[in-house]
Write a protein of this length. Structure first.
Length: 562
């Protein structure tokens, strides 16, 4: 496993400070946290923040963190999502060990708790429709109205709930509600629904159940059953905390975890809603949950992001109490910094222009030595074939260059990286279109390795590959999926209307060092002067890699938008 950033020496965030105080006072011998995803979609970068927080606290305290699937809605949950979530958490470098749980593990206990609430007169079966329940609930400024079913006897409620359990009623006809306070200023406390009828097979329990508990009822009791000490969730659940506490206090559970809310991750140029991510997938606006433009963890992995970069990003943005926006550039800088140290340097030509070196022998092939990393000698060197015909980037030649253009042009001499000095001689154009088809140059045989014995210097150095030996490959230039910082904030346009039409550009005839044909799937390299790229894990074939651009060498997005 790769080295991951340490956090022990950093100042404590407010959650870690609460935990430290609880340990100091002896309230808890050690913290027990949990990460409780719903298996109804793939995890995204926002989930990574929660994963790093919950599992990070476990690592720092040598204590358990549970992975628990909140699988209480069988109409939206699938095993494929369960497996993808496990893969993502493990890929980030975290181990739940034996602490893998499902809310469905507790269906019998949750049902028994619901029966207990009914016997206590704290829950009742309601046959209002969903629309009527919302109508009766009231508003932020008006109290709710009591359901006509609210004062049913305990015996009648027990009978109706048993009949719900036995499948006698249709979906949507009856629910079990808590009996709390219809005039509460917190709408969540106005007799919330605890159970609903859903006649749909469950991915783990099959047709055993036809009633399923709601999230707010399930979550707090699952935490209590697992003896979680600190239940960490994002700020949108702050209004749910009174209900969390009410359920546990009313049932007098032996364990009463403390719910603490923190600010969710808001990242520019993307969307974080699972519903909207699903809309991107189902509408074929992207090529699946693992499309490298998606900020899902699987999409980031396929694009070449590393676990260390994501964990470092989460460490950098920290944990706060107030909502804020993080610029996408912070995430991009995290992967740049990580790959800058780790990624070997290579050469690839994305827009090839052939150069023929007229005074170089036709049949000669030399090997030149190149550094794998200019700042890290331990990464060693490699040899590159050099021949009479090479490819350079088309943008490295200008027919009428401005004064400060230090690459190839009429009257210009440049250095080929690790190769020779070459001087422009002539060009061949397409007579019809005027496109430059090839360049002719001469070389200085005494300048091998990039220096000249007469001491003359050139200002420009360009990369190249030998035409005879080049690997022809496909390169995909991925960019931000949306053109605006917050595609969800536009009240006049749907977020899909802000998709960046150039979020992917596919180049089919790129030329690269021949050794890149043997890179392992997922390997990351730097194409010198181009950016960081990885071998696509899905579409690459043996000897025929497809390269995805992970990130550019520097943040050019702000300049592009000016």
């Amino acid at each position: 496993m790769e080295n991951l950033p340490a956090t022990k020496d950093k100042p404590l965030d407010f959650i870690r400070q609460i935990i430290a105080d609880d340990l100091k006072t002896g309230k808890h011998a050690h913290p027990v946290t949990r990460f409780p995803p719903e298996p109804n979609g793939y995890l995204h970068i926002g989930h990574a923040k929660s994963i790093c927080l919950n599992f990070g606290i476990g690592e720092e305290n040598n204590s358990p963190c549970h992975l628990r699937f909140d699988d209480t809605n069988p109409t939206k949950e699938e095993d494929v999502y369960v497996n993808s979530i496990k893969e993502d958490v493990a890929w980030l470098g975290f181990d739940w060990q034996e602490n893998l749980f499902y809310a469905s593990d507790y269906f019998d206990q949750l049902h028994d708790y619901a029966v207990e609430l009914i016997k206590m007169g704290k829950a009742y079966v309601c046959d209002l429709s969903g629309e009527q329940i919302r109508e009766y609930r009231g508003t932020l400024t008006e109290p709710g109205r009591e359901s006509p079913c609210r004062n049913r006897s305990v015996e009648e409620n027990l009978d109706l709930f048993a009949r719900m359990r036995n499948g006698e009623f249709d979906n949507g006809t009856h629910v079990l509600r808590a009996k709390i306070d219809m005039s509460s200023p917190n709408i969540k406390m106005r007799d919330p629904v605890l159970y609903r009828i859903m006649k749909h097979p469950h991915h783990r329990t099959g047709d055993t159940w036809c009633i399923y508990p709601m999230y707010d009822f399930t979550h707090c009791l699952s935490d209590a059953i697992e003896e979680i000490t600190h239940s960490l969730c994002t700020l949108e659940f702050e209004d749910h905390r009174p209900l969390y506490d009410w359920v546990l206090e009313t049932l007098q559970t032996p364990c009463h975890p403390r719910q603490i809310e923190f600010a969710r991750l808001n990242l520019t140029y993307t969307v974080m809603s699972k519903r909207k991510l699903l809309k991107l997938v189902e509408g074929n606006h992207v090529e699946g949950w693992d499309d490298p433009r998606m900020l899902t963890i699987s999409g980031l992995r396929r694009r070449g992001y590393t676990p260390a970069s994501i964990r470092q990003f989460c460490d950098t943005i920290g944990i706060g109490k107030r909502e804020s926006w993080i610029d996408m550039g912070v995430l991009e800088n995290a992967i740049r910094e990580d790959l800058n140290d780790k990624a070997p340097r290579t050469m690839a030509i994305l827009d090839p222009l052939k150069v023929i070196i007229d005074n170089y022998p036709d049949d000669l092939v030399e090997e030149v030595e190149a550094k794998n990393h200019p700042q890290n000698p331990d990464m060693g060197t490699r040899t590159l074939p050099f021949s009479r015909e090479i490819y350079i980037e088309r943008s490295d030649f200008m027919e009428d260059p401005p004064r400060k253009f230090f690459r190839l042009g009429p009257g210009r001499e440049v250095r080929l990286r690790y190769g020779y000095y070459i001087t422009f001689a002539s060009m061949v154009k397409d007579e019809r279109t005027g496109e430059i088809l090839e360049l002719h140059c001469t070389y200085d045989p005494e300048s091998k390795g990039g220096s000249s014995p007469d001491g003359r210097k050139v200002k420009g150095t360009i990369h190249w590959v030998s035409a005879k030996h080049a690997l022809t490959c496909q390169v995909r230039l991925y960019d931000r999926l949306f053109l605006v910082e917050n595609p969800e904030s536009d009240k006049e346009k749907e977020f899909l209307e802000h998709i960046n039409p150039e979020s992917i550009i596919t180049l089919e005839n790129c030329k690269a060092e021949p050794a890149l044909a043997n890179l392992a799937l997922g390997s990351c390299v730097q194409f010198e002067r181009q950016g960081y790229f990885c071998v696509d894990t899905k579409d690459s074939q043996p000897g025929q890699p497809v390269f995805n651009r992970t990130v550019t060498l520097r943040n050019s997005w702000s300049k592009m938008q000016m």
